[in-house]
Design a protein around this ligand. Structure first.
Ligand code: GLU
Length: 508
């Protein structure tokens, strides 16, 4: 590699929503680029038009933006190598296919689908390994077997063709991977991959290599599923005379299902009860809706932090990292070789940790949106107070309501179990006596209430357990919630008394 500047790319195909594994690939590329003061590119690989899904490209970009993964060059942010969408670069690839043909490293193949199928059947019957390669290409209809004149005629007549790479028959291909080390494969095992088609479109392999070269990519960081393509890519760099500018490669380990049995697939998510997509996806063909981390209530920074740890670790005990901290700490050396199991409980844990550390005002503003949807309008300071009281009990903003509904509405019912266990014969009297004290309490705040309750228990010889549980039942309707004095101070004297009176009247 001769480039000195670090330039990496995320090169998704817009064939559907981005899976979290894809977001992780983008994240690692981004972290690597920023760590080394380099560039992060977004290139859309849309050469396979049959697999194009409307909305997928927008989805990919929105996902990256939500995560805070900003690209320096790419679709929507044109730079010196524009355009960054391969379909718009179509005309550029043909010359490289022709160059390879001229040099004898690729050839035209005219085989029809039926002929290919015949070959497959015949070879499978013979020895089981049916592929278009050094052993079979001599029996097929291509520019290596047909007379030159016939090839020319076919091309002139507009016959369908593909350009195939002429994989050497027996050569050791030695590759270096930054994560896996040295990888070797004999070219005899590889087939003659299609590089280009008569409709003028390159395939993934040609377009990917040509663009990485032209865009001066220094490091290719991508999922392990592309490791089998590496020998072909390395051969292509060589055949095109670009070995000196070949990028370095790093193939990231797979994301596995929570039980470790196989790759985490797009279908796993909602089936196993957690999202596999960053954002909600509404499939334009099937109408099927798949959940997303954003809509499920995850904070983007918690999501990013969680993803960073799926395959990488800092080598210390620290688990919470901001994006800037990740950039500082990240290195490919600390990316593991083996697949990492996705752990949904850990994902929630990360969100909880972020929620705890967020500014109460920020969380309050998010919770306030939900309150307004319920028709509840409260000064933001009051919402903020509630957030401070219950946030350690929830993982998501939308769970706050379950922990705090009683701040806004008097009990509609009283939890039966708690009533049975804790509401005693003398509970009504105890509470009625308390009401008398509360009427005259001037400092209706946490300190004042602390003293008042304490004095009441002493003067009336009532145990804390007894008083507090029936009082809690009266105010909350159940045996839950934060500190009672906090609840009382928040509700205010009038509301507290009204709720106690309602309970005394209602609970049997
Ligand atoms: N277009 C490929 C994909 O969808 C890119 C693979 C690569 O990064 O080379 O994953």
């Amino acid at each position: 590699m001769t480039q000195t500047r670090v330039r990496v790319r995320f090169a998704p195909s817009p064939t559907g929503p981005l899976h979290i594994g894809g977001v992780r690939t983008a994240l690692y590329n981004y972290l690597f680029a920023k760590k080394h003061g380099g560039d992060f590119l977004l290139r859309i690989e849309d050469t396979d038009q049959n697999r194009y899904v409307p909305g997928a490209e927008e989805y990919i970009m929105e996902s990256l933006k939500w995560c805070g993964i900003e690209w320096d060059e790419g679709v929507g942010k044109e730079g010196p190598h524009a355009p960054y969408r391969q379909s718009e670069r179509k005309l550029l690839y043909r010359q490289y296919a022709l160059q390879l043909i001229e040099n004898g490293q690729a050839y035209y193949a005219f085989d029809t689908p039926e002929e290919l199928e015949d070959m497959r059947k015949k070879l499978e019957a013979e020895k089981g390994n049916a592929q278009y390669d050094a052993h079979t290409r001599g029996n097929m209809r291509n520019s290596l077997t047909l007379p030159e004149e016939e090839t020319k005629q076919l091309l002139d007549s507009g016959a369908h063709y593909v350009v195939r790479y002429k994989m050497p028959e027996n050569e050791e291909v030695v590759m270096q991977d930054l994560i896996r080390g040295t990888v070797k494969v004999n070219s005899g095992l590889l087939d003659d991959k299609v590089l280009f088609k008569s409709d003028g479109m390159p395939t993934y392999h040609l377009a990917n290599v040509v663009d990485d070269y032209l865009m001066e990519i220094s490091h290719v960081i991508r999922g392990e599923e592309w490791l089998p393509s590496l020998p072909l890519h390395v051969m292509l760099y060589r055949s095109l005379g670009w070995t000196d500018s070949m990028p370095e490669f790093a193939h990231l380990p797979l994301l596995l299902k929570p039980d470790g049995n196989g790759k985490l697939s797009k279908r796993d998510g909602d089936r196993l009860g957690f999202p596999v997509f960053p954002l909600l996806w509404n499939d334009p063909k099937s109408g099927e809706i798949s959940s997303g981390y954003r809509e499920s209530g995850y904070f983007a920074d918690a999501f990013v932090n969680m993803l960073a740890f799926l395959g990488w670790n800092p080598g210390t005990e620290q688990e919470l990292f901001s994006m800037d901290e990740l950039i500082k700490a990240f290195s490919l050396e600390r990316v593991g070789k083996s697949g990492s199991k996705f752990d949904p409980a850990k994902a929630t844990w990360f969100n909880h940790q972020y929620l705890l550390r967020k500014d109460n005002r920020e969380v309050a503003q998010l919770f306030d949106i939900l309150l307004k949807e319920k028709g509840i309008h409260q000064p933001i300071e009051r919402v903020e107070k509630i957030v401070s009281l219950v946030k350690d009990r929830v993982n998501f903003v939308h769970e706050i309501w379950e922990q705090a509904f009683f701040f806004f509405t008097p009990p509609q019912s009283y939890d039966e179990k708690t009533v049975k266990k804790k509401w005693k014969e003398d509970s009504p009297v105890i509470l009625e006596n308390l009401v008398k004290e509360l009427h005259s309490l001037e400092d209706f705040n946490v300190d004042g209430l602390e003293k008042a309750l304490h004095d009441y228990m002493e003067n009336h010889q009532v145990g804390a357990g007894k008083l507090m549980t029936s009082l809690r039942l009266a105010l909350v309707g159940a045996g839950m919630g934060p500190d009672l004095k906090e609840i009382m101070a928040f509700l205010g004297k009038e509301e507290v008394i009204a709720r106690i009176e309602l309970a005394v009247k209602t609970i049997e």
